[in-house]
Design a binder for this molecule. Structure first.
Ligand SMILES: [Zn+2]
Ligand SMILES: [Zn+2]
Length: 175
């Protein structure tokens, strides 16, 4: 798992370097964030691509949370693949804003998030990433025997669905 940690650490370094060029974050913000540990979500997570897990409130040294109140930031393991490096850093940056005490997804939060250089790719990358996860998590293919139309699903169709075009019952094929 050394490889995982080295990718996580170099991603953290890269995100912090980019943040140091954004005219908002202080030196203290960045050195505090250095202490945040990065880990991985479960690989079957589809909708969640990153999460900041805070320590219980009674362990906070302050009333508004800071990076020292963070237990770990977990990101999706598939984000470690090189093809997702842009999206990976967007996700880590997003979680780092939470770590700095901006907990909710409000106007202020999104204004900060929008300072990230590749933020205009977030939506497209996020959708592509989710699509990939859905495919990876599917175990069944529902197929129309007539026109070959097919959809990927986690469950069997069990003869309950028909092809809209051909009016044919879909059949299940294991992936
Ligand atoms: Zn968030
Ligand atoms: Zn059909």
């Amino acid at each position: 798992m050394n490889n995982v940690n080295s990718i996580l650490n170099s991603s953290k370094g890269s995100v912090l370097r980019t943040m140091s060029n954004i005219n908002f974050f202080t030196k203290k913000n960045l050195s505090d964030l250095e202490h945040v540990r990065l880990g991985l979500l479960r690989k079957n997570s589809v909708y969640r691509h990153g999460v900041t897990r805070f320590l219980p409130r009674n362990k906070w040294n302050t009333s508004t949370p800071n990076p020292y109140c963070v237990k770990i930031v977990d990101i999706h393991p598939l984000l470690l693949e090189p093809e997702w490096s842009i999206y990976r850093e967007i996700i880590i940056f997003h979680e780092f804003i939470h770590c700095l005490g901006y907990l909710g997804h409000n106007k202020e939060f999104y204004k900060l998030e929008s300072l990230w250089p590749t933020i205009n790719q977030k939506k497209e990358q996020g959708q592509k990433f989710m699509q990939t996860l859905k495919q990876k998590n599917s175990t069944w293919k529902w197929i129309c025997p007539k026109c070959n139309m097919n959809v990927l699903r986690q469950r069997k169709s069990l003869g309950k669905y028909i092809c809209k075009k051909c009016n044919c019952k879909l059949i299940d094929e294991a992936i």
